[in-house]
Design a protein around this ligand. Structure first.
Ligand code: TYM
Length: 329
C-alpha cells in the first residue's frame, strides 16, 4: 500500500483555508493509502506557547480531524511529540541540509520578521522537522495547501541527496495540491492568504464559528467597486468568494458564475455565508459530541501513537544503520 502523510499546527483555531486547502481533501485517501495525519505540536513551539493552551489546542485539533470525517481506525491520527523518531530523524536530516537552503524559505523569512524578538534555531530548522515527518513514513504523497509547496520541494531535495549517498532509503514524496481551495485568501485583504496569525478576526472564518458569525463575516468581506460576479485576477475578493462557494456548494467555478449572473454582491455574499455555515455545521455538532467522550479520544490517541511509532521506527532504524550508527545488541 502507498503511504501518505500530512499535518497541521496546533496553534490557534483551524480556519477555512486549513479546511478547504487540506483537511477536507484528506477524506478521499483512506482506502487507497496508509494515511498518517499528525498534530505537529513540536512545530508549534517554534513560537512561544502557553502550556495549558497548547495541550488543549492539540487535543481539539485531533478531535477536529475526527469530527471532519477522518476515520481514526483507517487513518492514523496522532501527536508528533508522542513519536520520538520525528526528533531523531530531524537531527540526522539537519546534517544533510544547508544553511543556504533554509535561508531561502519564504515562510521562515515571514515568521522571522513577525517574531523578531524570538528568531530561534527551531524556527530556522522547522522545514527539516517537516521533512523528517514526511520521510519517516515513506510517504508517496503529501496533501497540503499551496503555501507548503516550497517546504515540500526542500523535502524532496534532502531525500534525493540522502538517497544518492546511501542508496534508496527514502521514498521521494509528491505534493498533492488541489486547483481550487489551495490558497484561500483573507476576507479583509483578499491579496493576502487567510492565516492563523491574522489579528483581525473578520479576516478568517474559523471552523467553530457559529452560523451568525459566519454570515456576518462574509457580509463584511472586502470585494471591489464593480458589480460582476466573475472569477478573474483583477477581482481577488470576488474570486476568493467564488472559489469558497464552489467548494462549499459542490459546484464548478463556471456553474457558480452562471448561478449568480446579474445578481448583486450582497445576495452573493449571503449565499456564500449560508453555504459555508451549512458545510461546517455537521462538523461542529460532531466536534461537540466527541469532545464529551474523553475515553474514546484517549483510546485513539494511545492506539494511533503506537501504530505511528511502529512505522516511523522502521525507517529510523534503517537510516541509523545506513549512516553508521552502532547496531543495537
Ligand atoms: P499549517 O498548520 O499552517 O496549515 C495546515 C494546512 O492548511 C493549509 N493552509 C491553507 N490552505 C489554503 N488556504 C490557506 N489560506 C491556507 N492556510 C493554510 C496548509 O498548506 C497546510 O496544508 N508546516 C505545516 C504543518 C506540517 C506539515 C508537515 C504538513 C508539519 N509537518 C508535514 C505536511 C507534511 C503547517 O504549518 O501547516
Amino acid at each position: 500500500k502507498k503511504s501518505l502523510f500530512s499535518g497541521m499546527q496546533a496553534t490557534g483555531t483551524l480556519h477555512l483555508g486549513n479546511y478547504l486547502g487540506a483537511l477536507k481533501n484528506w477524506l478521499e485517501f483512506e482506502d487507497e493509502y496508509e494515511c498518517f495525519y499528525c498534530v505537529v505540536d513540536m512545530h508549534s513551539i517554534t513560537v512561544r506557547q502557553d502550556p495549558a493552551e497548547l495541550r488543549k489546542k492539540a487535543r481539539n485539533l485531533l478531535t477536529l480531524y475526527i469530527a471532519a470525517g477522518l476515520d481514526p481506525v483507517k487513518n492514523c491520527l496522532y501527536y508528533q511529540s508522542h513519536v520520538s523518531a520525528h526528533a531523531e530523524l530531524a537531527w540526522i536530516l539537519n546534517c544533510f541540509t544547508y544553511m543556504g537552503e533554509l535561508n531561502r524559505m519564504t515562510q521562515y523569512k515571514d515568521k522571522a520578521a513577525k517574531h523578531a524578538q524570538n528568531i530561534n534555531a527551531g524556527l530556522f530548522t522547522y522545514p527539516v522537522l517537516m521533512a523528517a515527518d514526511i520521510l519517516l513514513f515513506q510517504s508517496d504523497i503529501v496533501p497540503v495547501g499551496e503555501d507548503q509547496k516550497q517546504h515540500l520541494e526542500l523535502t524532496r531535495d534532502i531525500a534525493e541527496r540522502f538517497n544518492k549517498i546511501y542508496g534508496d532509503v527514502f521514498t521521494i514524496p509528491e505534493p498533492y495540491i488541489k486547483k481550487t481551495g489551495a490558497r484561500i485568501m483573507s476576507l479583509q485583504e483578499p491579496t493576502k492568504k487567510m492565516s492563523k496569525s491574522d489579528e483581525n478576526p473578520n479576516a478568517s472564518i474559523f471552523l467553530l464559528d457559529d452560523t451568525d458569525t459566519i454570515i456576518r463575516k462574509f457580509k463584511r468581506a472586502v470585494t471591489d467597486s464593480g458589480n460582476e460576479i466573475r472569477y478573474s485576477e483583477d477581482k481577488p475578493g470576488i474570486s476568493n468568494l467564488i472559489e469558497i462557494y464552489s467548494i462549499a456548494a459542490g459546484k464548478s467555478i463556471e456553474e457558480t458564475e452562471k448561478e449568480f449572473e446579474g445578481k448583486g454582491y450582497g445576495e452573493f455574499k449571503l449565499a456564500v455565508g449560508e453555504a459555508v455555515a451549512q458545510m461546517l455545521k455537521p462538523i461542529q455538532e460532531r466536534f461537540a459530541e466527541l469532545s464529551k467522550d474523553k475515553e474514546y479520544i484517549d483510546s485513539i490517541i494511545k492506539n494511533n501513537a503506537e501504530k505511528a511509532e511502529y512505522f516511523a521506527n522502521k525507517t529510523l532504524r534503517k537510516v541509523q544503520k545506513k549512516i553508521g550508527f552502532p547496531e543495537r545488541i
